[in-house]
Ligand binder design. Sequence first.
Ligand code: BMA
Length: 316
Amino acid sequence: MLDATKIMKRHPKNPLITPDCIPGTYAVFNPSPVMYQDKTILALSIYPHDMRKFEAGGIYIAASDDGIHFDIRHEKPFIDISSCEYPFSLIKGIFIDCRITKIEDTYYILTPMSIDGEGPFAVMGSTKDFETYTPIEIVSLPSNRGSSLFPEKINGQYYRLERPTADSNHPGSIWISSSPDLIHWGCYRPILQPGYSIWNIIKIGPTPPIKTKDGWLVVIHGVTSWMHSDYHYHIGAVLLDLENPNKVIGRTRSYLLAPETDYEINGIVDNVCFPCGAIGDLEKDELRIYYGGADKCICLAAGALSEVVEACKREL
Ligand code: BMA
């Protein structure tokens, strides 16, 4: 019997990146991973020691040839909209938790941002080289987290996943929507509510889908509260129908990763494994999940992609 909790193996060099690696940094966490040429790119979420210095935190780029040792471009944040025109001129804050999807030759980056404390909403920007970031449009209303684009059109439309709300009155469900042009979105549908398993009682949130022959594989986070204590963040996976992504055709009943190691249990926010994406390699049959440990460091767990897909299919 396939045990989903045993598929992903933590890398022995974990945590791969810690605040010590970057001067002036309090936390480096929740990376968004993507392949660029032959390199693994991580868009890191960084909090500076001095939280008043917005320009010193945010999304930074790290690049690696082997997916383990990273060169961190810590001189300046990658997403810098401080000199951009309206409406981006209204946006302030330290940006974290972006999600990146490559569509044709462009990398689209969806980042939660706020205006005067109102947010988060999704801002879509793009890059072709991870040197220059260009904001494109605000593509959601508040509250919206985890906006994640599919890597290609399905039946002529672009699709995205997101987590529109999560408070005491609303469950934190995953929704899907579609668009003809990536800017104008509609046909909103909830596709998955939290609470289908003990590791996701409170809320769930998506990352960019990975195409497999069996369906769109989506690595998700799921939050639970053990005995009314603090939140615990887990990682699981969901499978969506290739032709009709509104349809959930599989999901892991058990988590893939739970906070178990010291670097996941003890940090700035304890008991957190938080993904903003994963890299699927169909040829190598490998899924690499880069994730934040306890809101403080960057970790990697890898396992057979086919086994994660199988776990989704078996456990629905
Ligand atoms: C979520 C987000 C993440 C964070 C997690 C645990 O709501 O804010 O950035 O990693 O909480 O603190």
